[in-house]
Ligand binder design. Structure first.
Ligand SMILES: Cc1cc2nc3c(=O)[nH]c(=O)nc-3n(C[C@H](O)[C@H](O)[C@H](O)COP(=O)(O)OP(=O)(O)OC[C@H]3O[C@@H](n4cnc5c(N)ncnc54)[C@H](O)[C@@H]3O)c2cc1C
Length: 338
């Protein structure tokens, strides 16, 4: 097992924050994962699991054993009912190539999650979602390792308390390490195109037929236009969750702000567009030192070069304060703060 001491985490987080890990271990197998945990216990240090670091804010140096999940492998098991196929991917697989691999094999259900950065193992942590689909819609089960009991076991979808950008793994961090994810996909194409902009993009592409691959391509084009590429302008995607409120709360806010952008979740709940509220407070394109709000998407905070985790958090707090005093709504931060 290769252990790096005082290793820079800058290449391992998409906000490109320049923080060091006390120890860094790259894990490529379950045995190495167990060894890494054993090492952390021996050093009496906590551990932090990282995938691609696309949903993490490093406040400063990390006095922990940082475990980079790089386990690989995808297996397809056709034992599902009717048109269902179970696909299992190891936690360290990169999400987007995994989506493409499934599409190329005629396995459908995750095409709307194309181009979401990160690893397969982190996808259940915040129940990744995009363009009308969430991971929980297709997740069957997970293999997890519990460092405390040193046991490996299976958790079913129902055990994971999935919610909007939420799960048991977010609520009880550092209890389980996800080692593999099993999805229930379909061999029958059922493209989902109702979410804003997909049909228009398919039209612009002059797609002959609405296939899952065409939907995936349309979504990639939309995402590439709307979101900054972390390799060019470091960011962690949406920095705040869209707040979900009751219909009664919504009616009160809408009376004061008739143009407020919102989405109906169900009979009782409304989701507000956090980006719109941030924009209304005048933050779009603004910056505090090297921490900035993206010029095209106010929900995305960016690192203009030398921002620290503290700079990003200071900007986030400023935005939270102004949104709270103007709309009476608290914005929650989406990435894990470590
Ligand atoms: C440009 C951009 C666009 C994005 N768009 C979206 C989007 O559309 N929808 C969306 O939902 N998200 C989006 N995100 C956020 C991010 O892509 C997802 O949250 C992704 O799942 C994070 O994966 P990761 O491997 O980078 O996780 P990391 O950032 O490395 O880790 C995130 C959290 O998960 C934990 N974790 C990681 N791996 C494991 C594991 N194997 N077991 C247990 N815990 C683990 C970490 O400890 C940490 O708490 C976007 C991010 C960026 C930069």
């Amino acid at each position: 097992m290769k252990i790096e001491e005082y290793a820079s985490l800058k290449p391992y987080n998409t906000l490109a924050l320049d923080a060091n890990a006390r120890y860094l271990i790259i894990v490529t197998s379950l045995d190495l994962l167990c060894e890494a945990i054993h090492f952390a216990n021996a050093k009496k240090l906590p551990y932090l699991v990282l995938g691609e670091g696309s949903n993490i804010l490093l406040r400063g140096n990390v006095d922990k054993v940082v475990i980079l999940m790089r386990t690989e492998g995808v297996s397809i098991d056709s034992k599902g009912h009717d048109s269902e196929v179970f696909v299992t991917a190891q936690a360290g697989e990169t999400w987007h190539p995994f989506v493409q691999c499934c599409l190329s094999k005629g396995l459908y259900g995750i095409e709307n999650l194309s181009l979401v950065p990160g690893t397969v193992g982190a996808a259940p942590v915040q129940n990744i979602g995009a363009y009308g689909v969430e991971l929980a819609d297709v997740l069957h089960s997970l293999q997890v390792y519990a460092p405390e009991s040193r046991e490996t076991f299976e958790l079913m979808r129902e055990d994971c308390a999935f919610g909007y950008r939420d799960s048991l793994f977010k609520q009880r961090q550092n209890t389980w390490i996800i080692t593999a994810v099993t999805l229930r996909l379909s061999i029958r194409p059922a493209p989902k195109t109702s979410y804003g902009g997909i049909l228009e993009e398919l039209d612009a592409m002059k797609a002959d037929e609405i296939t899952p691959s065409a939907v995936a391509e349309a979504i990639c084009r939309l995402r590439q236009r709307k979101l900054p590429d972390p390799a060019v302008l470091p960011n962690a995607g949406s920095f705040f969750k869209n707040p979900v409120i009751t219909q009664a709360q919504f009616k009160r806010i809408q009376a004061e702000f008739p143009t407020i952008v919102h989405y109906v979740v169900n009979d009782q709940q409304i989701k507000l567009a956090a980006g719109w509220m941030i924009e209304q407070c005048g933050w779009k394109g603004k910056r505090l030192n090297d921490a900035g709000v993206h010029t095209h998407q106010a929900l995305v905070l960016v690192n203009h070069g030398h921002a620290t985790g503290t700079d990003i958090l200071a900007l986030a707090e400023e935005i939270q304060g102004q949104v709270k005093s103007r709309f009476g709504i608290r914005l929650d931060i989406e990435p894990t703060v470590a």
